[in-house]
Design a binder for this molecule. Structure first.
Ligand SMILES: O=c1ccn([C@@H]2O[C@H](COP(=O)(O)OP(=O)(O)O[C@H]3O[C@H](CO)[C@@H](O)[C@H](O)[C@H]3O)[C@@H](O)[C@H]2O)c(=O)[nH]1
Ligand SMILES: [Mn+2]
Length: 580
């Protein structure tokens, strides 16, 4: 038998769904819509206002249907092969992981630490990982919970790896299991009971800390910086909680807590502002070439998630095909039948896979891997040479910090080796510089939030930032491993869903009028036409309601005015003739 040649096998494959029947049906519906419009238009002069309103609404529905058909046309079936990647190399690039949290009440620290634990425990060399938690709430309880969780991590991570546990967020792993699996070994059962007990104690400590008044928390020593501060008025707080000083692959990753400086007169730019601080702080501390960003309520459900993303980054023949890798946002414990539609199932299954076949999925704010150089503003194939990279330019664009400039130059320079691009020094040795780049005045006069980093100006900073990246020509990759990579928490009540969807709808609508709108991106940038149409599909979401409400009111209007707005069928005419 011929020997296997693992290195020649592709790390990922993208097939297309054979959706010929649904395409046929969709085109037929489009034909019917056009026929209706033609009929309305030709008979407009014989009818009143209701006919015109119906024509306007139906023209809108037809337009939206064109966007829908275009978006769903080529649906991808992507597949990634981590085992092939593992056969091919053992030298992996580093990844900086960013977790954002903003409010210890709405986003309980227990959920945040579960997300962090699941990420620290992924199957990837620990000396290539650093996890940064951004806390916009500047909460002593969140920090305390992370410190306690880091102690538990020393038991939890070796346990997960030794016994190859597939679910590495402890609250999910232990939920509903009061005793260890009966078919497991005696040794495993003993360890299981011990770890579960430790986890229970951890939960208890966090619960107690959450219910106590902040003043009664222990504010001595390490926690002193949290005393007498307000969430919206405080200096930068950075704490290195865990450090993999020896750089051992089976140790624990670095874990850093950051609460950026906030001052009442300084716009903090919400999550986008937090992400930019994370980018800079990680830039001086570890400077990994890839960055994973996760909301605090979305735990890693598949321990191989980073390997799946690397299949794209390392397997792409041309870097342009993979500016960023997005995993879909799936949710746990959703309501039966999904009454509020907030599991976004249809959106992922058809729309997400559909744009996966155009220029790639939108950036969805969580569960996404970025290339650091793309976030720093580079276009595909853009070559920067040491001579072309003036120190003055870096300082003006990225801010005045010697250390940050050096790390940015390293990232931007042509031919910089992504495997070597990682700072193996201890993060704690850069704590002073990290404070400097985390301060709220640092961005003043620079391009952060305007031309690089996470963009400001929309509450859906994710879609805006992704759009800007794709307008520069980058494609993105849609990664759908089994089991799902991340699972999050969706609102379980109607009002909460409405608030969230209103925020999304208005945020998306805003982007349309931004200087980086998809229409401008297509006319003057490198955004593909069908990708622009897909962006329009989501960005016009808020406007749709006007036409839908209007169309829904038409029947009532017709009843009151004794008119009609639907074309009369044969039966109706016959009925009239027999009556007269
Ligand atoms: O000032 C802020 C506000 C929010 N966040 C964090 O941003 C994330 C998302 O905010 P959230 O209020 O939970 O919004 P969602 O609607 O649940 O999030 C979705 O929509 C957002 C806006 O499009 C995206 O940024 C998210 O990634 C996406 O999951 C959370 O981790 C927050 O902790 C901050 O760090 N600072
Ligand atoms: Mn959220």
């Amino acid at each position: 038998m011929a020997p296997k040649a693992p290195s020649s096998l592709p790390l990922y494959e993208i097939n297309y769904r054979k959706n010929y029947i649904s395409r046929g049906i969709e085109l037929f519906i489009l034909f019917l819509l056009f026929s209706l419009l033609a009929y309305r238009f030709l008979t407009l002069k014989y009818h009143g206002l209701q006919w015109l309103l119906a024509l306007i609404c139906e023209s809108w529905f037809t337009f939206i249907w064109i966007l829908t058909v275009s978006a769903k046309w080529n649906q991808v079936e992507p597949k990634t092969y981590p085992p092939r990647l593992l056969e091919r190399t053992c030298n992996f690039p580093a990844v900086d992981i960013f977790v954002t949290t903003a409010d210890p009440v709405l986003e309980p620290p227990l959920i945040t630490i579960n997300t962090v634990l699941s990420l620290l425990a992924v199957d990837y060399p620990a000396n290539k990982l650093a996890c940064y938690v951004s806390d916009d709430g500047a909460s002593i309880v969140t920090y305390y919970s992370l410190v306690e969780a880091s102690k538990f991590a020393k038991l939890w991570i070796p346990f997960c790896k030794k016994y190859n546990i597939s679910l590495r967020a402890p609250f999910r792993y232990f939920s509903g299991n009061s005793s260890p699996p009966q078919d497991s070994s005696q040794e495993f059962q003993q360890v299981w009971i011990r770890i579960k007990d430790e986890y229970k104690q951890l939960c208890k400590k966090i619960e107690d800390a959450s219910t106590q008044e902040p003043e009664t928390c222990d504010v001595a020593g390490d926690f002193a910086v949290f005393s007498n501060i307000q969430p919206k008025n405080h200096p930068t707080i950075i704490k290195v909680i865990l450090e993999n000083k020896e750089g051992v692959a089976d140790g624990l990753p670095h874990l850093v807590y950051i609460s950026r400086e906030k001052r009442p007169k300084h716009p903090h730019q919400f999550k986008a502002g937090a992400m930019n601080v994370l980018t800079r702080v990680s830039g001086v501390m570890t400077n990994a070439p890839f960055m994973l960003n996760v909301d605090c309520d979305m735990y890693a459900n598949n321990p191989q998630v980073i390997l799946h993303a690397m299949c794209y980054f390392l397997g792409a023949k041309d870097e342009i095909d993979c500016g960023f890798v997005q995993f879909p946002q799936f949710f746990y414990d959703g309501l039966k039948e999904d009454p509020y539609g907030n599991q976004l199932k249809v959106l992922h299954e058809y729309f997400g896979r559909g744009i996966g076949g155009i220029q790639g999925p939108f950036y969805q704010g969580s569960g996404c891997f970025h290339r650091r150089k793309v976030i720093y503003g580079l276009s595909p194939h853009e070559k920067i040479t040491a001579g072309g990279l003036k120190d003055e330019y870096i300082k003006k664009t990225y801010g005045k910090s010697e250390k940050l400039s050096t790390s940015i130059a390293k990232t931007l320079l042509e031919g910089s080796n992504i495997i070597e691009q990682f700072n193996s020094d201890s993060p704690s040795s850069f704590i002073d510089i990290a404070h400097q780049v985390g301060s709220c005045g640092f961005e003043y006069g620079t391009a952060w939030g305007q031309k690089l980093g996470w963009l400001y100006g929309s509450v859906t900073e994710d879609v805006l930032t992704g759009l800007f990246i794709q307008s520069r020509g980058w494609k993105s990759a849609y990664c759908l491993p089994d089991p799902a990579a991340f699972l999050g928490c969706a609102p379980t009540a109607g009002p909460a869903t409405m608030i969230q969807q209103k925020r999304w709808a208005t945020g998306l609508f805003e982007v349309l009028f931004n200087s980086k709108s998809p229409i401008i991106g297509t006319l003057f940038g490198k955004l593909q036409l069908r990708q622009c149409m897909a962006y329009l599909y989501v960005q016009l979401w808020a406007l749709r309601s006007i036409f839908e409400v209007c169309y829904a009111i038409l029947p009532a209007y017709c009843l009151i005015t004794n008119s009609y707005f639907l074309p009369k069928g044969k039966y109706d005419q016959k009925f009239k003739t027999t009556q007269s």
